[in-house]
Design a protein around this ligand. Structure first.
Ligand SMILES: Cc1cc2nc3c(=O)[nH]c(=O)nc-3n(C[C@H](O)[C@H](O)[C@H](O)COP(=O)(O)OP(=O)(O)OC[C@H]3O[C@@H](n4cnc5c(N)ncnc54)[C@H](O)[C@@H]3O)c2cc1C
Length: 384
């Protein structure tokens, strides 16, 4: 395989991470981003690195998440050296709080189930108050030191900047409209002012990946899943941990003192707006965990479109039916956590034909039989 020159479509965290590892391997990379680097889901993200989030089952995704988690600390150091950008890696740890007896029972069961991994421990109400004095009266909770966070926007910028420093070409404001093909081979992309060719094209276009696949008649069923968030300007006595609330809502205290509250998970096509209802639900969840937040000032709110996949697994590897074309998308709620491992594995696979963790469970051809080309199944408001 040994790709020498590669076009990456999409300058989110996934495209930039692939560029970072490919340029490290000496590959000539061009990133084409129709907007700005990190301007979509990656810049909207909370940046939580959660390999042992409560609902992730044993299996290939958990293995990928754990491997991904291990790469982040040293990557943060390397990026600071290479770019002067601090990605604000923070070993926050997480508290999942039980506000009712029923929730406390559920969490006890969870701790039991996780006992072999030793990842979580039960914390009683008093200890909980010592850890986070501003918490609502709780029955207790679960503590895990293994959840950390970064500034997702900075991580994306740093990966892009480091790639450029190693020779990558970055073109922002350039949309890929279609492909240059030769038989069953993709040999480049069409852009507004012409075409560009390369030995390999990688689709890393986040929630817009399916539309690109359809240009070639391939089912890459990535679907936009809206997430709304808000940030409190809550500088008085900042929280020390990430707090997890009902419906997988969370409060993430950031290095700059802002408190991120997220996030909704909504299947509303490509509508990237916030809504009064969505933001109110976030405020309610935040105040149920930390009552004083009912009066806190909202500094900003925003929304982004996560790239979801039908089985919640990322889609990584060769696009079926087309030589010279591969995909890295569908990272849903874990794209920041998984960006470095995705970049590393995709680069290994493209330069050596194999990767240290098999891409087999994530291959796009798992959708080949069931993939729908039916225009009626397309999300609303989709455009390349
Ligand atoms: C509110 C919210 C909170 C989140 N929180 C977390 C979290 O705490 N932890 C975590 O790990 N993950 C989180 N995520 C998920 C994570 O942000 C995503 O999985 C990740 O950013 C996906 O990265 P990406 O590069 O695939 O997509 P994107 O960042 O969307 O990048 C894709 C890029 O492709 C470009 N593009 C699309 N079409 C074209 C085209 N035709 N030509 C050129 N460019 C094109 C787009 O402009 C875009 O910049 C969150 C997401 C949201 C929305």
């Amino acid at each position: 395989m040994a790709a020498r020159d590669v076009i990456i479509v999409g300058g989110g965290v996934i495209g930039c991470a692939i560029a970072y590892y490919l340029t490290d391997a000496g590959v000539q990379v061009t990133i084409l981003e129709r907007g700005e680097i990190g301007g979509e889901a990656s810049g909207a993200s909370a940046g939580i690195l959660a390999p042992l989030e409560l609902s992730v089952e044993q299996g290939p995704l958990l293995n990928l998440c754990l491997a991904g988690m291990q790469l982040h600390p040293s990557l943060a150091d390397s990026l600071r050296e290479q770019t002067d950008i601090d990605v604000e890696y923070l070993r926050s740890g997480i508290l999942r709080v039980a506000l009712s007896d029923e929730e406390a029972d559920d969490l006890h069961t969870l701790v039991e189930r996780q006992r072999p991994q030793g990842a979580m421990q039960w914390v009683d109400a008093e200890a909980l108050r010592r850890l986070e004095p501003r918490l609502a009266a709780a029955r207790g909770g679960v503590y895990s030191p293994h959840l950390h966070q970064v500034n997702a926007h900075r991580l994306t910028q740093a990966l892009a900047q480091a790639s450029v420093a190693r020779g990558a070409t970055l073109r922002q404001g350039v949309a890929v409209r279609g492909f240059v093909t030769n038989g069953s081979r993709v040999s480049g992309v069409r852009i507004d002012d012409g075409r560009m060719t390369a030995g390999q094209v990688i689709l890393a276009a986040g929630a817009w990946t399916a539309a690109l696949g359809r240009r070639l008649g391939v089912a890459l069923p990535v679907k936009p899943m809206r997430g709304q968030m808000l940030a409190f300007a809550d500088f008085s006595s900042p929280l020390r941990h990430i707090l997890l609330g009902e419906d997988r809502g969370y409060l993430a205290p950031k290095v700059n003192g802002f408190l991120f509250v997220g996030s909704t998970v909504e299947d509303v096509g490509f509508r990237k707006n916030t809504t009064a209802k969505g933001l109110a639900s976030l405020r309610r969840m935040a105040a149920s965990l930390v009552p004083s937040l009912a009066y806190a000032e909202v500094a900003s709110d925003w929304a982004g479109l996560r790239p979801g996949s039908p089985d919640d697994l990322p889609i990584l590897g060769p696009v079926p039916g087309w030589e010279g074309l591969s995909v890295a998308s569908g990272h849903f709620r874990k794209g920041i956590l998984l960006a470095p491992i995705t970049g590393r594995l995709m680069a290994q696979w493209l330069t050596q034909g194999k990767s240290e963790i098999s891409l087999e469970p994530f291959r796009p051809d798992r959708f080949a039989a069931g993939g729908s080309q039916n225009p009626a199944s397309r999300p609303k408001d989709e455009a390349l």
